[in-house]
Design a protein around this ligand. Structure first.
Ligand code: ZN
Length: 75
């Protein structure tokens, strides 16, 4: 836990921004285009799944795992 900053891409102008970790989950302002967006660490599990197809796939896998093998109907 030594880093006080992380890098996040601005969803509006696409530039890499240095974001203080203390702003995680809060609204921040892009220094370049002044767009407001929510700071979220891409490495963290809290990353919104709506913006990542991979996360959705992983969730689908988990659902499949929880269902398990299809049960055979006797008879
Ligand atoms: Zn920007």
């Amino acid at each position: 836990m030594s880093r006080a900053y992380y890098y996040q891409e601005c969803p509006t102008c696409g530039r890499n921004l240095k974001v203080r970790v203390e702003y995680l989950g809060k609204s921040v302002c892009c220094q370049h285009c002044h767009a407001k967006f929510e700071a979220c660490d891409p490495e963290s599990a809290a990353y919104p799944p709506s913006s990542s197809g991979l996360a959705l796939l992983r969730r689908a896998d988990e659902l499949l795992d929880s269902v398990g093998a299809p049960q055979e109907v006797p008879g």
